[in-house]
Design a protein around this ligand. Structure first.
Ligand SMILES: [Zn+2]
Length: 177
């Protein structure tokens, strides 16, 4: 089932998500993760955090190199946590499904080690760099209520916010006829 992806400035994007306990893993949570993956492929994107579909739980899905033809193996991770960061890098032309019509270079950690749990409660660890590292940082930021526009210059952010507000106003006027 496709889920609605919340869009800036929806206040729910600013909520801090709660950790998921082992006892909370049930069919409903598995369905949520599967629906999030389906939504990510449909949008299309390479990562999605539960926060973006209005669920304040620490759950992310990720798939960096899916194709239309190939088999899809989305990572579904609970309670992802960055346990080590090193170096600085620029994530080029980063975007976000919750921030329509905006892309920007973002300063990120070059390498991160991420620890998480699978839906089977196995502990997993990823030593990530480049796109994988940026994607982890972006999705974990979502769980903390942080958007990538918070990590660009104030000037760029203000310009975007103004443009976005204008766009929303126009949509409202059109809807009102
Ligand atoms: Zn995002």
């Amino acid at each position: 089932m496709l889920l609605e992806v919340l869009q800036f400035p929806d206040p729910r994007l600013r909520e801090k998500a709660q950790p998921v306990a082992q006892g909370e893993i049930d069919d409903a949570l598995r369905k949520l993760a599967a629906d999030m993956a389906e939504t990510m492929y449909d949008e299309p994107g390479i990562g999605l955090a539960a926060t973006q579909v209005g669920v304040a739980k620490r759950l992310i899905v990720m798939d960096l190199d899916w194709t239309d033809e190939g088999e899809r193996r989305p990572r579904m991770l609970l309670n992802p946590e960055i346990v080590l960061r090193s170096g600085k890098a620029i994530s080029e032309m980063e975007g976000c499904l919750s921030v329509p019509d905006f892309k920007s270079d973002v300063e990120r950690d070059a390498r991160v080690v991420v620890r998480a749990r699978t839906l089977d409660w196995e502990e997993v660890e990823f030593d990530a760099s480049e796109l994988e590292a940026y994607c982890f940082q972006h999705e974990i930021d979502h769980l903390d209520g942080v958007l990538f526009i918070d990590r660009v210059s104030k000037l760029k952010r203000d310009l975007y916010v103004r443009r976005r507000k204008k766009q929303l106003r126009r949509e409202q006027e059109e809807a009102a006829g």
